[in-house]
Write a protein that binds this ligand. Structure first.
Ligand code: ATP
Length: 212
């Protein structure tokens, strides 16, 4: 199974990294692709450039063999639409390969607002990770999609190329990129919420409104 974990990663933090490791182990996949978006269509624009976010992501992953970066969205101009990325990947990997993308319940709740969202289940499975404090309304588009396509076991995802939704409860660290950006802007330390190498680079490049 080809597993993609997309996000703004503004900046990458230990909550993202731990989630990627937990997913890899629980789903038994060799690697997880972290796919940073260039221009997120549904939220405020990132606090730093795509190049900086990519660089921080690469530093965070280092030599960890179970994680890698898929920079495809950074190479496209305009908004980063997941459906387009999945279509590209499907072409590259062929019709039979199982592809799954990971979303938090926070993102999945507004799934019906994503560009061309109806085509996404034909392209990939969707793994929905519960985030504390975000419930999924069973009467929403996302809730209905989940009910119609829900897989009972992770093994089902490997057995077909696309089309299923799978909800997972994983231990999540209470870390958000928003909290990290706020800390930096207000002169407080984000240390231990993100890898040291990432924090050192943020300081070296004076990102996120860091005051020297
Ligand atoms: P922001 O605070 O800027 O919204 P974020 O920390 O939520 O950022 P994103 O880049 O928006 O990070 O998230 C990418 C993906 O990672 C989303 O699917 C989101 O649900 C998930 N995610 C974010 N924070 C955590 C965390 N602490 N633990 C597990 N997953 C997380």
């Amino acid at each position: 199974m080809h597993l993609i974990f997309g996000g703004t990663f503004d900046p990458i933090h230990n909550g993202h990294l731990r989630l990627a490791v937990e997913l890899r182990e629980r789903l038994g996949v060799p690697r997880v692709a972290l796919m940073p978006c260039h221009i997120p269509p549904h939220r405020e624009q990132p606090g730093t450039s795509s190049d900086d976010r990519l660089h921080l992501l690469e530093l965070a992953i280092g030599n960890e063999p179970g994680l890698h970066v898929d920079p495809r969205e950074l190479g496209r101009s305009g908004a980063s639409y997941t459906a387009e990325s999945l279509r590209q990947l499907r072409k590259e990997l062929g019709d039979q390969k199982s592809i799954a993308m990971v979303v938090g319940t926070d993102s999945f709740a507004s799934f019906h607002k994503w560009q061309d969202w109806q085509s996404i289940p034909d392209l990939a499975h969707i793994i929905i990770v519960n985030r504390p404090g975000v419930d999924l309304d069973p009467d929403s588009e996302a809730g209905r999609l989940l009910a119609e396509r829900q897989a009972k076991e992770a093994a089902e995802l490997e057995a077909s190329p696309a089309g299923l939704c799978f909800r997972m409860n994983l231990p999540l660290l209470a870390i958000s990129a928003t909290g990290i950006r706020d800390r930096i802007r207000s002169g407080r330390s984000p240390r231990y919420l993100l890898p040291d190498r990432v924090w050192e680079e943020i300081q070296a490049r004076q990102l996120y409104g860091l005051k020297s």
